[in-house]
Design a binder for this molecule. Structure first.
Ligand code: NIG
Ligand code: FE
Length: 395
């Protein structure tokens, strides 16, 4: 049981306007669910029992939802970070044998135990920064058996984590050793890997990196078709470097999210809006790779819901906290504070199709007590650790 009183509660309840803020409010949880939320003065006396936290007006929000991470990998690419700082570009480094392929070596040789331990550490670090639900993509092995192994390691880490983990199978890249027979490789994804991931329920969605240097639009279509046939939801990395038409394709497939979107046409934006696809902004990777800002104003005007992810990965964004992307979103991306909060709560949960990201009676007891009172403080005081306590429905 947890009872927090005298708090500024950000419910993100879609029934309430804006962020659904309740001033001088109380919130009570029993086990994994929220049992009461409302004005402090209206708390029934029989519920005003047990150990109570006086928040002193500080903010209570839903546990944060990180809807885009590549958190299972071994090794790091700090050397590439230094090369970029000295002027090299991400695509140049990738063409010279670095990039995603530089992470497959250490990931393939790591044992299951090592990969599970590394993921556990990252889940703990992200949780301490307020993230209670987190998507984790595969994508750093690239062989059929190896990608299934990564999914099993994600499941093993998830089973003993207090975070809620949402596993995604990512078609990340054609591995170097299959470059000469890419059609056969894509077929193996469609006829072996994806059906098995669906049958064994190891992933809930399939993601495709549809971009220059990765999968073509035709390959993406084949992979999304296989995902749908396997009963899995679909999402895609689209337009980080080049607009191949991924947004339109994803809309046609009723995708959950289109991620990155630095390059997307007006037609692509209209298609995303019509299909209700969530646009996931990844400002950490965008800024670090010095890419143009996605068309936030046009996405907003079209009515596309915006989410924000950390893109935690060893290459373009080794970021284990959502507060920094919230800061970049509200400054560099010109998103409002309200959009930033919805982006890491309700809209991120929509991108994952999970019940999270809001505080409602009967909903999951995932919440964060912050060391500040104003929602703007979190991006405004970037770099400060403002998380006081994290409560999660998984204990
Ligand atoms: O989301 N764009 C593709 N994937 C990652 C980068 C992965 C890597 O560089 O290891 C991203 O930015
Ligand atoms: Fe990514």
């Amino acid at each position: 049981m947890t009872l927090i009183r005298n708090a500024t509660v950000m419910t993100c309840d879609p029934q309430l306007p804006s962020l659904g803020l309740l001033e001088r409010a109380a919130i009570r949880t029993e086990g994994p669910v929220i049992t009461w939320i409302g004005k402090d003065l209206e708390l029934p006396p029989e519920l005003a029992t047990g150990a109570t936290i006086d928040a002193g007006g500080r903010l209570v929000t839903p546990g944060l939802v990180d809807c885009h991470t590549h958190a299972i990998f071994a090794g790091d690419r700090a050397d590439e970070f230094a090369m970029r700082a000295a002027g090299a570009t991400y695509l140049e480094i990738a063409a010279a044998g670095g990039g995603i392929r530089a992470s497959t070596g250490p990931t393939r040789v790591a044992s299951d135990e090592q990969l599970i331990a590394l993921l556990h550490e990252r889940l703990d670090t992200t949780r301490a920064a307020g993230t209670t639900s987190i998507e984790v993509k595969t994508g750093y092995d690239l062989t059929v058996a190896g990608e299934l192994r990564l999914l099993r390691c994600i499941a093993a880490a998830a089973a003993t984590s207090r975070s809620r983990v949402v596993p995604t199978l990512l078609a990340h890249l054609i591995p170097a050793e299959r470059a000469a027979d890419r059609d056969a490789y894509v077929r193996s994804l469609c006829t072996e890997l994806i059906p098995e991931a669906g049958r064994a329920r190891l992933a809930t969605s399939v993601d495709v990196y549809c971009d220059e240097g990765a999968y073509t639009l035709a390959e993406t279509r084949a992979i999304l078709e296989a995902a749908r046939a396997a009963g899995l939801a679909v999402r895609a990395h689209v337009g980080q470097f080049a607009d191949l038409g991924g947004a339109e394709l994803l809309a046609e497939f009723g995708g959950l999210s289109a991620d990155h979107l630095e390059q997307v046409s007006a037609t692509g934006i209209t298609a995303l809006a019509a299909a209700g696809v969530v646009a996931v902004m990844l400002p950490g990777a965008c800024v670090q790779l010095r890419l143009p800002v996605p068309p936030v104003a046009a996405l907003r005007a079209a009515g596309v819901r915006l989410a924000i992810g950390s893109d935690l990965n060893p290459g373009s964004s080794y970021c284990e906290s959502l507060a920094v992307p919230m800061w970049l979103a509200t400054t560099h991306f010109a998103m409002t504070v309200e959009e930033a909060w919805l982006g890491v709560t309700r809209h991120a949960a929509a991108a994952l199709a999970i019940d999270a990201g809001t505080l409602t009676v009967g909903g999951p007891a995932d919440l964060v007590l912050w060391r500040c009172t104003n929602p703007a403080d979190v991006p405004y005081r970037y770099g400060s650790d403002l998380v006081d306590q994290v409560f999660s429905s998984r204990g």
